[in-house]
Ligand binder design. Structure first.
Ligand SMILES: NC(=O)c1ccc[n+]([C@@H]2O[C@H](COP(=O)([O-])OP(=O)(O)OC[C@H]3O[C@@H](n4cnc5c(N)ncnc54)[C@H](O)[C@@H]3O)[C@@H](O)[C@H]2O)c1
Ligand SMILES: [Zn+2]
Ligand SMILES: [Zn+2]
Length: 398
């Protein structure tokens, strides 16, 4: 089969690799019909490269059709249409039964001290082959799937793999009071969708980014937008001016560790990326690598007693955090990978023909798998208006 592989920093290739086969009785093989590229993939493309090995298959946002199931799978059969959550979870351990599927005790990557195994997400998360490929082996497939109806286009359900539950969790963890205000930092796919969900829930939403197309997309759906480049250091003042001098009740950081505007950490990340892998891994494991611009803005913007919801991924081990401010302002912080299956039942009623969240037109690009190298480049550079790119393994390129 063809698969999108990581080969080095900013080096993605499409290779022919062996088809996956059933290895465990609880596995399933799916034929992938659409597969998203995520902002989290960009971290692997750049700063988390030291945890990758050449040839690793990327991707954790697939939808497809079941081709084959292992002998112990009773709730799936060939021909079923399924979305595969980005994390692999068992559904029956202590963590899973509390809805914490990203902490699944059956699949935790204990050698690395990490939570549940993730598809296509480096040694830190189990080095499981990912879903930007023609076929995918799904471990613990009896629980690690969401069955969806055949009929509507892939775009209707694809985002249940990651974008929708992630954005949903971001809004849930932000705990904005009824009728309250929420600032969303970063209007990539996750921030954009978090804005849509928050507006749907009746909150006042202020969105911040520096990419014109992303600001325009959010504004078109009723978000009050602020161009970071236009306000510069005045971001907090601008938001306070809009909120009786207090700041918003909650802030979602949908940016994470590669934020624009943290020169020192940026240098450290770049330096780690230039070291041989083993050494770089050590540097990342023991030193601060995060660019903290978005998190620091969030701490500044949120009103006293408010809540910050971190959904952007952080990876530093010794990040300098202004504890005095967090403590004095009485800020609540919630974070983590999204527990996909926990939120699916809340989201499904919104995936109807009337499409209140606009999932059917959410992707800006649908490209053949072969176009993955250019697609990654375009998504990282945010060129050609790219916000969400979906790969189509069945399409032939050029
Ligand atoms: N927690 C989870 O389960 C989960 C799941 C998916 C994605 N993520 C993370 O969410 C984050 C966003 O993902 P995405 O797919 O939307 O990616 P993205 O990279 O397209 O979006 C990030 C956006 O932030 C903007 N930005 C950069 N610096 C900023 C700053 N200082 N202030 C405001 N905006 C700034 C960028 O212009 C960009 O539009 C990533 O860190 C990704 O890893 C987390
Ligand atoms: Zn993702
Ligand atoms: Zn579990």
């Amino acid at each position: 089969m063809k698969a999108v592989t990581w080969q080095g920093r900013r080096k993605i290739t499409v290779e022919t690799v062996p088809d996956p086969i059933i290895e465990q009785p609880t596995d399933a093989i799916i034929r992938v019909t659409s597969s998203g590229i995520c902002g989290s993939d960009l971290h692997l493309y750049e700063v988390l490269g030291p945890y990758m090995s050449p040839g690793d298959i990327l991707g954790h946002e697939p939808i497809g059709i079941v081709e084959e199931v292992g002998s112990e799978i009773t709730n799936l059969q060939k021909g079923d249409r399924v979305v595969i959550p980005f994390q692999i979870s068992c559904g029956s351990c202590f963590m899973c039964t509390q809805g914490l599927t990203t902490q699944c005790e059956t699949t935790q990557v204990k050698e690395q001290g990490s939570g549940a195994a993730l598809f296509g997400y480096s040694k830190l998360y189990g080095q499981v082959p990912g879903g930007q490929a023609e076929y995918l082996r799904v471990p613990h497939a009896d629980f690690t799937h969401v069955k969806v109806p055949i009929g509507p286009s892939d775009s209707r359900y694809l985002y249940l793999s990651d974008v929708l539950p992630t954005a949903w969790q971001a809004v849930a963890y932000a705990a904005t009071p009824e009728g309250g205000s929420l600032a969303v930092l970063g209007l990539g796919p996750i921030g954009d969708m978090a804005c849509r969900i928050a507006i749907h829930r009746g909150f006042r939403v202020i969105g911040v980014d520096r990419v014109p197309e992303r600001l325009a997309r959010a504004a078109a759906r009723g978000v009050e937008t602020i161009d970071l480049d236009a306000v510069g250091d005045g971001l907090t003042d601008t938001i306070r001016d809009m909120t009786n001098g207090r700041g918003t009740d909650s802030v979602i950081d949908a940016v994470g560790m590669e934020a624009h505007g943290s020169p020192v950490a940026s240098f450290a990340q770049r330096s780690a990326g230039l070291l041989p892998n083993a050494l770089a891994e050590k540097v990342i494991d023991t030193a601060s690598i995060d660019r903290l611009a978005a998190l620091l803005s969030a701490i500044d913007i949120v009103r006293r007693g408010g809540t910050i919801s971190l959904i952007g991924v952080y990876g530093g081990m010794l990040d300098p955090i202004p504890m005095r401010v967090l403590f004095d302002k009485q800020i609540q912080l919630r974070m983590g990978q999204a527990n996909v299956k926990h939120w699916v039942d809340d989201i499904l009623p919104l995936l109807t023909d009337s499409d209140p969240l606009g999932v059917d037109s959410f992707a800006t690009h649908r490209l053949p798998l072969d176009a993955a190298p250019e697609a990654y480049k375009m998504f990282q550079k945010k060129s050609d208006g790219a916000v969400k790119i979906v790969l189509d393994p069945a399409a032939r390129s050029r």
